[in-house]
Design a protein around this ligand. Structure first.
Ligand SMILES: NC(=O)c1ccc[n+]([C@@H]2O[C@H](COP(=O)([O-])OP(=O)(O)OC[C@H]3O[C@@H](n4cnc5c(N)ncnc54)[C@H](O)[C@@H]3O)[C@@H](O)[C@H]2O)c1
Length: 356
């Protein structure tokens, strides 16, 4: 039974996970070795909770209770007594391995979970004293607003620990967990890769980025086309994930990091946050297409054809994930819909195109 939660790392994800746990009624201790990160935590939490009150998601009393449920821990030792530790430290294997070794010493009976996006859970938890009590608990940004959580079984995660954390995610945090094996990209980052990589291969004079984005929205009913979405995520952040999955899967041709994205990143055109990515922005508003972002000769015959090809690529990737035994088809659909706000998942699209 999980009652006391510890979070390691008070950055974007750690602060968001702590907020979610506190809003759900758990008491949460947050450790970060950087004093500035811990000092910033109350202000960050207060701002997020105030915003939730303004949106009508929480009452003032609930927000107040959640605020006081979170406390800062300057050392790992202060986390002793927690039932679960959720690690959200930087994406650095050696750093995370060292953390798991130290956490095992301080919390010998706790469940140790990593929020890693792109590292292998088995590798991250390799130095945990009890690998049967270690697993991946992959939240999406922002954790409070995204219902999906990927629960990643490492080879030695015990079924009892997995089901205990499943219950914690489902009943305790009111998230929708999906069951996934420890493979590069888990479900969402893997199945969605073609949306970013293939989109860049499909763009060209007959199918420029803005027309592909519009076709995806209009024909697929998705909230954002691939280029808009990459601008929002950050071309650099998105490229790092592509590169890591590409390497971890043995460099499959279909996931080759696109030359266009690499050159935009090299020029600092990393998306909205830089004022330019595939599009140009002024004061956060889109003002046009970046002239450097037009694909090379070739590409799809039209934006509609590009959407059809993208949808087919997502379906094919989803089929391989299921064929490899990484996750079930229904979990793939749930994961893609909840993480991406897509109206349908790949298998629902497959059924739809078979019926057409
Ligand atoms: N940002 C996202 O969209 C996102 C989404 C899902 C998962 N993740 C994963 O979550 C993890 C954290 O990402 P983030 O975006 O919150 O990073 P971040 O850089 O915002 O935060 C990392 C925090 O860890 C702290 N830290 C540094 N060294 C530490 C140590 N030795 N022990 C504990 N804390 C340490 C830093 O001071 C910082 O506050 C990564 O594994 C990342 O892959 C990120």
């Amino acid at each position: 039974m999980i009652a006391r939660v510890a979070v390691v790392g008070a950055g974007t994800m750690g602060a968001g996970i702590a907020q979610l746990c506190a809003q759900s009624g758990f008491s949460v201790k947050v450790h970060d070795p950087l004093p500035a990160a811990l000092d910033a935590l109350p202000g960050r939490l207060r701002a997020a909770l105030d915003a939730a009150v303004l949106k009508g998601k929480l009452s003032t009393q609930q927000a107040e209770r959640a605020f006081h449920a979170v406390s800062a821990a300057a050392t790992i030792e202060e986390l002793a007594g927690a039932d679960i530790v959720i690690e959200a430290a930087p994406e650095d294997l050696a750093l995370k391995q060292d953390l798991f070794e130290r956490l095992s010493r301080v919390l010998p009976d706790a469940v140790l979970a990593t929020n890693t996006s792109s590292l292998s859970v088995r590798d991250v938890t390799a130095r945990a004293a009890a690998p049967e009590r270690a697993l991946g608990l992959h939240f999406f940004n922002p954790p409070v607003a995204t219902r999906l959580v990927e629960l990643v079984r490492a080879p030695r995660t015990s079924p009892e620990v997995f089901s205990g954390v499943w219950e914690f995610a489902l009943a305790g945090l009111r998230r929708t967990p999906v069951d996934v094996r420890d493979v590069p990209g888990f479900i969402v980052n893997r199945v969605m890769r073609p949306y970013y990589v293939s989109a860049q291969r499909l763009c060209g004079p007959s199918a420029p980025p803005e027309r592909i984005d519009a076709a995806c929205r209009e024909r697929g009913g998705v909230p954002m086309g691939p280029f808009e979405l990459m601008d929002l995520i950050g071309l650099d952040v998105n490229l790092a994930i592509t590169k890591s999955i590409f390497e971890a899967l043995g460099r499959p041709e279909r996931f080759t990091p696109p030359a266009l994205q690499q050159s935009l990143v090299a020029r600092g055109a990393v998306g909205r946050k830089a004022g330019r990515g595939f599009y140009l922005y002024e004061g956060g508003r889109k003002t046009g297409v970046n002239p450097d972002a037009v694909g090379a000769a070739g590409g799809a015959a039209s934006a509609d054809a590009a959407w059809e090809a993208l949808r087919a690529a997502l379906i094919t990737e989803a089929e391989s994930v299921v064929a490899e035994g990484t996750a079930s088809a229904s979990d793939v659909d749930v994961a893609v819909k909840l993480a991406m706000n897509f109206p349908k998942g790949p298998f629902e699209w497959r059924k739809e195109s078979a019926a057409a």
